[in-house]
Design a protein around this ligand. Structure first.
Ligand code: FES
Ligand SMILES: [Fe+2]
Length: 333
């Protein structure tokens, strides 16, 4: 998908689920056009560094070993610390102080892993919000939900969709009937843009009520920069979800989707029972593939003819999104 803005977006981006990063193991990743190595050190902390060793360029994510809080290159055993500095060279008394791997700050919470990205490597200037703590007026106890991973999580790799386009789904009320087979058109009740978030409240009209303003369900949503959105459902369903998109290069993104479903009364297991799994799978997990069937072939329209009810929030979102573009759009070679 060609877009008139950069794919090297600034912000927090999801890179996977905690269980995908076992203790003491390395893993290759590729985001923002860079080869990266992720590893969980022996104390349990996850680090993300440039993937290619500064010695002779081996990819540390393919066969690298974790030693303490460092990672050791599989090619000649040079070690690199969590700050990206060289910490050991086999057979040499001294380390190379001049060489440094780029470090990508990491935030791990609620079973999800996020990485900070700035095109020039600037440190985070805002914190990744707590996924379950965002809506204090609703339940915030992580123990009251089934585990999101692996049962209630889905990932789509390398899809031709920019993160902004994923978020533009939020204020696009008209697509729900067509793409998601909704029987009503949701109504945007309120929206707010602030420095690092764009939040909104949508209502799903209650068709059984004579009152046109009665809502069967409310969705509170919080976009954390352009990395994704976190939603809390209130009413006929009461789950949380995260839908995140992370650019792989200048054409594609990985999409992450996780649901925190409330436990049945009296159930203290973290693992959802089969009946719940089936319902969530059929009614909610399928949504990603609905949208993807459009995004895969969509062409970005810069000046869309929007319906009056969508126009204001849609343009507010697009205007707000520009603050995460610290570099201009790539010009094709
Ligand atoms: S390439 Fe990494 S140690 Fe030689
Ligand atoms: Fe959608």
């Amino acid at each position: 998908m060609k877009v008139p803005f950069t794919w090297k977006v600034t912000g927090w981006f999801m890179i996977g689920w905690s269980a995908e990063f076992p203790l003491g193991e390395t893993r290759p990743l590729r985001y923002f056009g860079e080869d990266l190595v992720a590893y969980r050190d022996e104390s349990g902390e996850i680090h993300v560094l440039t993937g290619h060793c500064k010695h002779l360029g081996a990819h540390i994510g393919h066969g690298g070993k974790v030693v303490g809080d460092c990672v050791e290159c599989p090619f000649h055993g040079w070690r690199w610390g969590p700050d990206g500095r060289n910490t050991a060279i086999p057979g040499e008394k001294r380390v190379n102080r001049g060489l440094r791997l780029r470090v990508y700050p990491v935030n791990e919470q609620n079973g999800c892993v996020f990485m900070w990205h700035h095109p020039e490597g600037a440190p985070p200037n805002w914190a990744m919000p707590d996924v379950l703590g965002l809506f204090p007026e609703l339940t915030v106890d992580p123990g009251s939900f089934y585990r999101p991973y692996p049962e209630f999580s889905r990932k789509a790799d390398g899809e031709p969709v920019h993160p902004q386009v994923v978020l533009e789904n939020g204020p696009d009320s008209a697509h729900f009937r067509y793409v998601h087979r909704a029987t009503v058109t949701p109504r945007m009740l309120d929206w707010n843009e602030s420095e690092h978030s764009w939040t909104f409240l949508t209502g799903w009209p209650d068709v059984r009520s004579a009152d046109p303003d009665a809502m069967a369900m409310l969705i509170h949503a919080h976009m954390f920069g352009l990395g994704g959105s976190i939603s809390a459902f209130e009413g006929s369903a009461n789950h949380r979800l995260i839908f995140a998109a992370t650019p792989v290069d200048d054409e594609t993104s990985d999409l992450f989707y996780s649901i925190w479903w409330p436990k049945l009364p009296g159930d203290d297991s973290d693992v959802p029972p089969p009946a719940v799994r089936e319902r969530v799978e059929k009614q909610f997990l399928i949504t990603v593939w609905d949208d993807l069937s459009i995004w895969r072939y969509q062409k970005y329209v810069e000046h869309p003819a929007l319906s009056p009810q969508d126009a204001k929030p849609y343009m507010s979102l697009r205007q707000w999104a520009t603050r995460f573009y610290d570099v201009p759009a790539e010009t094709p070679a």
